[in-house]
Design a protein around this ligand. Structure first.
Ligand SMILES: Cc1ncc(COP(=O)(O)O)c(C=O)c1O
Length: 380
């Protein structure tokens, strides 16, 4: 009897899942073991074209120490944090830095700590889910401006707000284009607004010494809060915010995703530090070379590529077709996941290819032969 009642109560879950399947939006995880440019799934090796370990820094050895399983404000604040936070603050030419367990939590924590009721947040329509959720936590008025559209930003920033914030990604995670940071900072400054950049995909990857998208556009000094992930360019784990001393102090005191959670394990902090100090420049050069080779090759095959970074989306549109495209690549030995709603807008499903320095020129060449077959199958 009890069992039946339980089943009945959860019937709505079944229909939600059914609904997702009908719309081709159902997601299922695959288990894999990554090794350099390859990934093994169910004992079969694939070329990995969807890793965010952009720089492909050869694995650093770390010692797994006793974990200080506690919040950083209690006893989890291992000495290793000091070194990495100092190095990252310097890397961003900011006064201070605060590491969170993930980039997602860094966004949640920092944005909700600094913006509140009565404020105005201007957010790019293609900003990452973690930014969207962070804005909702603030009780501020949220105004979405058209993607990278400076006219629209200029118009919307005139709305009332006690404090005003402009939030954008540096390199957009699903389109691979760069935000117009020079114009954004100019518009922001004119309205005395605070500029926040989530540079999860540009950090360590572009700009001098991998200082990120603001450095690339020579506006690093104009960025008030820089938010990033350690799990992309650096290929480690964690997230951070760099800013003025007072902002970081406020984050320590107000970020719920910092206060009410356990600290990132110290061996991961040390791992990030080792990778930060490695020869990133050499890996960066390799990444640029690989990106150029794959972008050029895909264009020659016939695909329309508008990305200017290591994130190369092939826009397919229809969700079902995107799944079929992904399955075709998978059956041909390439692992590259189709991305669908709600990660991207409806009917804008795509194959998101991410280039890493792990790939060799020959591997890219071989993958292009498969992309050529895919193009003939799905575009002719
Ligand atoms: C733009 C952006 N911000 C934040 C995050 C979250 O970073 P993390 O994976 O460290 O939580 C991601 C990850 O996908 C991202 O693409």
């Amino acid at each position: 009897m009890k069992k039946l009642a339980f089943k009945h109560k959860l019937n709505f879950v079944d229909s939600e899942l059914k609904n997702l399947k009908q719309k081709n939006l159902y997601r299922k995880m695959k288990y894999g073991i990554a090794n350099g440019s390859k990934i093994t799934i169910n004992n079969k090796q694939f070329l990995n074209l969807c890793s965010n370990d952009y720089l492909g820094i050869p694995t650093s050895k770390i010692q797994i120490k006793q974990l200080q399983s506690s919040s950083r404000l209690v006893s989890g604040n291992d000495e290793s944090y000091r070194k990495l936070e100092e190095a990252l603050a310097k890397h961003k030419s900011h006064q201070n830095c605060l590491i969170y367990p993930t980039g997602y939590m860094a966004n949640l924590g920092a944005i909700s700590a600094i913006a509140k009721k009565g404020d105005l947040i201007l957010s790019d329509e293609l900003n990452h889910a973690s930014i969207i959720e962070s804005c909702k936590l603030t009780d501020a008025k949220i105004s979405i401006y058209k993607h990278n559209d400076m006219q629209d930003l200029n118009k919307k920033i005139k709305q009332k707000g006690k404090n005003k914030f402009v939030i954008t990604e540096g390199i957009f995670s699903m389109d691979g284009d760069l935000s117009s940071l020079k114009q954004i900072t100019e518009i922001s400054n004119k309205s005395n607004a605070i500029t926040i950049v989530d540079d999860a995909h540009g950090d360590f990857v572009i700009g001098k010494d991998g200082k990120g998208t603001p450095d690339h556009f020579k506006v690093a000094k104009e960025i008030d809060l820089y938010i990033s992930s350690l799990s992309k360019g650096l290929g480690s784990f964690g997230g951070y915010v760099s800013s003025h001393n007072n902002v970081i102090d406020l984050c320590v005191n107000k970020s719920k995703s910092f206060i009410y959670t356990s600290a990132l394990p110290s061996f991961l902090v040390e791992y990030s530090f080792k990778r930060f100090q490695s020869n990133r420049e050499k890996q960066k050069r390799k990444l640029v070379k690989n990106t150029e080779q794959l972008t050029k090759g895909l264009k020659q095959v016939g695909f329309e590529i508008n990305s200017t970074s290591q994130i190369i989306p092939i826009i397919i549109g229809d969700e079902k077709k995107a799944m079929q495209f992904g399955n075709f690549l998978f059956d041909s030995g390439i692992f590259a996941q189709p991305i669908r709603y709600p990660t991207v807008p409806k009917n804008q499903a795509r194959l998101r290819i991410s280039v890493t320095a792990w790939l060799s020129g020959t591997e890219i060449e071989n993958s292009l032969k498969i992309f050529e077959k895919a193009y003939k199958k799905f575009y002719n």
